[in-house]
Design a protein around this ligand. Structure first.
Ligand code: SAH
Length: 255
């Protein structure tokens, strides 16, 4: 490992409520020389990045219309090789559908030291703020996380909808807004109960969080009616009933 390279920290920001940042994430953000971020951490956390750091918007850097991942990898490597202490800030947890694994592999290949700083994933915390525990003794002891929007360059769906339709546990879908209709239709086609409760949680843990509850049969229409937009988590399964009992957590916007 070359001494002159800077260390890279792959840091999870949590779902958006800045008080859900870990202490380690806060310390690293406050001491970073370079922060490479995208928009997913949300305004409150992005606004808290210190003046002193060089800040690079990964989205803008890569240009809006092409696949940005290679350019993000390039800039990470470039900054580390300049000897800078670099934070790569990612929404939620870097290793949950965050492409953090790919970035870490590149760093290893380039001989750059790195550390992973897990964050609170939106997959669990957005449902929690909506009053939905992803497991509950009375309902299910299983949960699975899937992406609703797969790599568009992939030829075949990597998701086995037939197996998912039979799965009795909670299904949590990330990146599921665009393909909601197609995905709910796939589950129905393979025999999942149309009355299965479904919740959509937009901007979970942020002051403008919004929850939409329906069933597998009507959630796509409801989402269209209410103009549901990303980022949103979809929860499919019996535990969604708890939303009515536990209620939505009002997001405290003191920050
Ligand atoms: N690494 C992230 C997920 C990145 S994939 C994590 O662990 O949370 C991007 C998807 O995350 C979005 O499409 C959305 O489904 C979900 N997401 C991230 N933050 C969210 C939030 N505050 N509320 C709802 N969904 C969120």
């Amino acid at each position: 490992m070359s001494q002159k390279y800077g260390k890279v920290y792959l840091v999870g920001s949590g779902p958006g409520d800045p008080e859900l940042l870990t202490l380690k994430a806060r310390r690293l953000l406050d001491t970073a020389e370079v922060i490479i971020y995208d928009q997913l951490p949300g305004k409150a956390i992005l606004d808290s990045m210190p003046e002193s750091a060089e800040k690079i918007d990964a989205g803008k850097y890569a240009g809006k219309h092409n696949l940005p991942q290679d350019s993000i990898n390039d800039v990470l490597v470039e900054k580390a090789k300049e000897g800078k202490m670099t934070v790569r800030l990612k929404g939620g947890d870097p290793y949950v559908f965050g492409r953090g694994g790919e970035e870490a592999e590149v760093l290893v290949r380039e001989g750059i030291e790195f550390e992973i700083v897990p964050g609170i994933t939106s997959a669990i915390s957005a449902p929690a703020y909506a009053g939905i525990p992803v497991t509950h003794r009375d309902d299910t002891s299983m949960v699975t996380f899937i992406t609703g929007h797969e790599d568009p360059t992939k030829e075949e769906s990597g998701l086995d909808w037939e197996t998912l339709a039979k799965f009795q546990g909670t299904i949590v879908v990330l990146m599921g807004v665009k393909m909601l209709k197609r995905n709910t239709e796939a589950l129905l086609k393979y025999g999942k109960d149309p009355k299965t409760p479904v919740a959509l949680i937009e901007r979970g843990t942020r002051p403008d969080q919004r929850v939409t509850v329906g069933t597998l049969a009507d959630i796509a229409a409801l989402a269209e009616e209410r103009k549901v937009k990303a980022p949103a988590i979809t929860v499919i399964g019996k535990v969604v009933r708890l939303h009515a009992i536990l209620g939505e957590q009002i997001v405290d916007a003191k920050f």
